[in-house]
Design a protein around this ligand. Sequence first.
Ligand code: ADP
Ligand code: MG
Length: 283
Amino acid sequence: MISVRNVSFRYRGRETFALAEINMEIPDGEFLGIIGPSGAGKSTLICALNGVIPRHYPGDFYGEALVEGYDSVESPGDAARSTGSVFQDIDGQISASVVEDEVLFGLENFGVPRDEIGGRMEEALAAAGISDLRERSVHSLSGGQKQKVIIAAVAALRPRIMLLDEPTGELDPASSRSVFEFLKRLNGEYGVTIVIVEQKIMLLCEFAKRLAMMEKGRLVLDGGVQEVLQKADVLENAGVNIPRVTTLARRLRSGGLYHGELPWNLNAAEKMMRGILSGHTAF
Ligand SMILES: Nc1ncnc2c1ncn2[C@@H]1O[C@H](COP(=O)(O)OP(=O)(O)O)[C@@H](O)[C@H]1O
Ligand SMILES: [Mg+2]
């Protein structure tokens, strides 16, 4: 459980706030997607949740962020213990030269019992779809493969909460989907809370339960995926890419041809089109 209460943060030396009066409750088992244009404060919010801010990046911090009841500013170590973070900068997070050592380091540092280490490592590598990379040198991997190694290493620690900042940035569509499938398993089978910053809105729409949109340090939208997508104008004005079928539906709406909910995937769009073609414009 995460509670963000009136959190504002300004990096030292900056005039504007990177986070401005953020309030949000993230219950256990949530799968929350965070979207918003570049510079909106998404990465800063993630860092406020895992205690990196203000510990490693000084500045003015107001309000409080509680992670499993621990204040991220007063007791950052306790707050961070239940979280696993995957940062935007993948290379900065890799500390080993061989894939299996990367996972091993984390497990050993975390004090996981010796007899559990092997099983956990295999499970995490298999779930991330990289069992075959186990003995490879990290430096020989592609960006996408490195991202999977980091995600596997974090997941192996079985954190209660996973915070991921654009973890599919370097991945092709198929690998991005497999990362989301992996997160879905962690969320569904192990009840891990997922908070993920992601540009690929179609994937978020499919996998997340809830969407939050940030703009200029503020939380502008926060709700169920379907509910947030109905605010397509707010998303588009902020420069967030919305699914093309949603844009099509908006145009049909403004032309008076459609009055229903905005679809965000092909199935819903097909339903919309069938309705329009059969002459039921007001459903
Ligand atoms: N280490 C830093 N020092 C000073 N300003 C920063 C730092 N990191 C980010 N910022 C500023 O904070 C704002 C929010 O940045 P960020 O959280 O990275 O946004 P996003 O992840 O949504 O792109 C931006 O104006 C950015 O320039
Ligand atoms: Mg960012």
